[in-house]
Design a protein around this ligand. Structure first.
Ligand code: TXA
Ligand code: MG
Length: 314
């Protein structure tokens, strides 16, 4: 399995010699490698079993570094970066030549962000290249929010995981792109629609997948565990080997040991932090199905409901 530790120097040494390393961010753990090295980028796709049409997010230490790898920032992008970086917001911008097409799956744009995690920011500052890092899970499975989750799934395939503790946010970053100058949210996250509209005014939200998704994080059935998942209300109430992932209230019908609550106190940030870890716990209980309850659709609740909806859809 992988070595799990807090040694930035060891992580940096491995990255400089062309290896991939598991890294913490405030959202979910990433599977990181040198974004400027096409062989390393190819190995990220291989380790994740990720289709090559699904582009990676590039992580940098600062706004200045982001500008080095991108061109033509709309005013709104500058304002968003100034307000929300470091943080769970990814900007899709025209790429500079230095970013290889392997990272962007052939697109002329690159998805880039400054993550808000002290260990990873320190790591990025010691490197003279940015880190391409998709979430550190096999393609299509639930994202990892602890170093142990990464080790469970990719442990045989990477030698080192930088342990930054459990992720503070728990769902992937918000992604925003500009389509002929018009901003469009491609993935919901902890930088909420309201937070973006405070800066840009009204924005379009385009998080539904199409036959040619701009962000395969938008694909239906993208965040699913192995057990069958059903929406609350869509199921017949059949007790037995049924699990329940609720928001703040247990289900009266199912055994308590088959239930998890995202936030007993009804806190949406706590719910986001717990979502993937609790799905993993229930997924390992050998249940026939897991019923998922939606959470209140305010703020980060919209991102949670989006992930739940994708997890249950066929
Ligand atoms: O919070 C996060 O964003 C985490 C952490 C590790 O930073 N990363 C993450 O990466 O969620 P990943 O690979 O699981 O999701 C990246 C998403 C994909 O849906 C991909 O399609 C989209 O970003 N993406 C990447 N480049 C893009 C581009 N040029 N245009 C549109 N979407 C892009
Ligand atoms: Mg992912």
């Amino acid at each position: 399995m992988s070595i799990i530790g807090k040694d930035i120097k060891q992580a940096a040494t491995l990255l400089k010699s062309g290896n991939c390393v598991g890294i913490p961010t405030e959202t979910v753990y990433g599977l990181a490698g040198n974004a400027l090295d096409t062989a390393v980028v190819a190995s990220i796709f291989r380790i994740k079993d990720r289709p090559d049409f699904d582009p990676l997010i590039v992580h940098v230490a600062s706004l200045a570094q982001a500008q080095q790898y991108t061109l033509d920032w709309p005013e709104g992008a500058k304002s968003l970066a100034a307000k929300y970086w470091p943080g769970p917001l990814t900007l899709v911008l025209p790429k500079a030549v230095a970013i290889p097409f392997q990272v962007t799956s052939g697109l002329e744009t690159v998805a880039i962000r400054v993550p808000d995690h002290a260990l990873t920011l320190d790591l990025l500052q010691t490197l003279d290249f940015p880190l391409a890092a998709p979430s550190a899970n096999p393609f299509g499975y639930v994202s990892p929010t602890t170093a142990a989750h990464v080790n469970d799934q990719l442990g045989g395939k990477i030698s080192y995981i930088l342990d930054g503790g459990p992720c503070r946010v728990g769902v992937e970053s918000t992604i925003i792109a500009w389509n002929e100058g018009v901003p469009e949210i491609l993935r919901l996250g902890a930088v909420t629609i309201e937070m973006i509209e405070t800066v840009l005014g009204k924005v379009r939200v385009k998080t539904h997948s199409s036959s040619n998704p701009k962000a395969p994080g938008m694909l239906e059935n993208h965040y699913a565990p192995h057990t069958k998942l059903v929406f609350q209300g869509a199921e017949k109430d059949v007790p037995g080997k049924t699990g329940y992932l609720g928001f703040d209230t247990f289900h009266p019908l199912y055994p308590r040991e088959n239930q998890q609550l995202l936030s007993p106190s009804g806190d949406l940030f706590e719910a986001a932090r717990n979502l993937y870890a609790m799905l993993r716990i229930l997924d390992q209980q050998g249940l026939e199905k897991i019923i998922l309850a939606p959470v209140p659709a305010d703020g980060v609740g919209q991102a949670i409901n989006d992930r739940i909806r994708r997890a249950v859809s066929k």
